[in-house]
Ligand binder design. Structure first.
Ligand code: UGA
Length: 433
């Protein structure tokens, strides 16, 4: 099948490359010429394990271009996979989606299916279809289908090739059959719904996961007060298959390009209908507060950070990605800097992106040992495997004052007993030196 994809971010590029892996001819369109040049040379503009290998393997079936006209013309299916960033009021900015819809309408000469893969508020697919139909050449039959994506950064290729589900939102049987045919070699159950339900599946899924994390974080905060241990509590909860044992890790809050944006967008949408989503509102609030948990704990040790040597391990919003969007490090590091801290930071792949925001006043280190050396306190913001491998003796031997504040529960608290290291984490009892 000939397919065009507008947008080469996580959603667009991974979808395109995986469709090529299953034999389709795919043209990826982006406005950024630099990105196009990179991809043409087989380099992925995003860090995503396995993606570059598939780009190289399928290069005969993959094209990259800024020329949307030639890409859309002659394609049987055109995906819209552009960003829907958060606006100041929390709603989703749909201008990029509508721009692509206008471009499709402007140049298309044959019947085709337009698939909205971007995460869009309920009702957007209807608007995209009306917009295209109102502007397209007379006599053309253009159908728009919703097909949300459920990939996670860091496992995006696997999540696409072996998706938990493929949701196709369309009430048009021919469109459903074209898309089922397109996905026939994918290892995933296919669910056909109406367009609005498909759009809602995406938000309801992401917001449920965000809610689950905020719920666990609230229970974790209470565990600290009452002398319980959140790891034991979630292990006990996870045996119940109705609850499940995934996404129960307490920490300093969720980040990334999806949960923060999608919770706010659904909350905004409900408000638009004069309805308040109380659970989602609470999830957002809990998450905002959770990001300050470690700083609050740190104040016990240092009233001010003036000239305090601080080690920061992990900058990205989770391991396996160089993405910093909504990462807890972005909230905490400015506060520490403002308070006079001298920061040394380590992250295996996030430093270059972080440097774009904070080039001065931070010493970036290539390894954890240099980061910890002679510091007075250590903050762990991301649970990289290299961090998990550390032993209490590493902190004790390298740091000037071994105080470790672990925002991702990388270690068992029992390891720190009698270690001469002060260790605090989330939802568990502190171990004092
Ligand atoms: C999320 C969803 O998991 C995907 O299903 C969805 O397709 C994607 O958003 C999207 O809408 O594009 P992603 O943002 O890549 O994927 O990352 P997650 O692995 O879900 O993690 C998000 C945040 O939650 C991270 O900051 C992570 O540290 C945090 N988290 C996750 C916890 O604090 N506790 C957990 O138990 C799990």
């Amino acid at each position: 099948m000939k397919i065009a994809i507008a947008g080469t971010g996580y959603v667009g590029l991974v979808t395109g490359v995986c469709l090529a892996e299953h034999g389709h001819e795919v043209t990826c369109v982006d406005v950024d010429e630099e990105k196009i040049r990179l991809m043409e040379s087989g380099v992925s503009p995003i860090y995503e394990p396995g993606l570059e290998e598939l780009m190289v393997k399928n290069k005969a079936r993959l094209k990259y271009t800024t020329d949307y006209k030639s890409a859309y013309r002659g394609s049987q299916v055109i995906f819209i996979g552009v960003g829907t960033p958060e606006k100041k009021d929390g709603s989703a900015n749909l201008s990029y989606v509508y721009r692509v819809a206008e471009q499709i309408a402007e140049i298309i000469e044959y019947d085709c299916v337009v698939v909205v893969k971007s995460t869009v508020p309920i009702g957007t697919n209807d608007k995209v279809e009306s917009l295209i139909r109102a502007n397209v050449k007379e006599g053309l039959q253009i159908n728009v289908a919703s097909n949300p994506e459920f990939l996670s950064q860091g496992t995006a290729v696997k999540d696409t090739l072996h998706a938990s589900r493929i949701v196709i939102g369309t009430e048009n049987e021919i469109t459903a059959n074209i898309l089922k045919e397109m996905y026939k070699d994918f290892d995933a159950p296919i669910l056909i719904t109406n367009r609005r339900s498909a759009e809602m599946v995406k938000y309801a899924s992401n917001d449920f996961l965000a809610l689950k994390i905020s719920y666990v974080n609230e229970i974790a905060n209470l565990c600290e007060m009452v002398g319980a241990d959140i790891d034991d509590v979630t292990e006990g909860m996870g045996f119940d298959s109705r609850i499940g044992n995934k996404f129960l890790n307490a920490g300093i809050g969720y980040g990334g390009s999806c949960f923060p944006k999608d919770t706010k967008a659904l909350h905004w949408l409900a408000n638009f209908y004069d309805h308040e989503l109380k659970t989602i509102k609470a999830a957002i609030e809990v998450n905002e507060n959770q990001k300050f948990k470690l700083i609050k704990k740190a104040k016990k040790y240092y009233e001010s950070f003036e000239n305090i040597n601080v080690a920061v391990l992990g900058l990205t919003f989770k391991p396996g990605t160089d993405d910093l969007r909504e990462a807890p490090s972005l909230v905490n590091i400015p506060l520490l800097l403002e308070d006079g801290a001298k920061i040394k930071a380590w992250d295996p792949i996030g430093i270059n992106n972080f440097k774009k925001m904070y080039i001065d006043n931070i010493t970036y280190c290539d390894n954890i040992e240099d980061t910890l050396a002679d510091t007075d306190i250590c903050f762990i913001f991301t649970e990289w495997e290299e961090v998990r491998q550390l032993k209490p003796t590493d902190f004790k031997n390298l740091m000037r004052k071994p105080i470790v504040l672990d925002g991702r529960n990388c270690f068992k608290t029992s390891e720190f007993i009698c270690s001469n290291v002060t260790y605090e984490s989330i939802g568990r009892q502190a171990v004092y030196k």
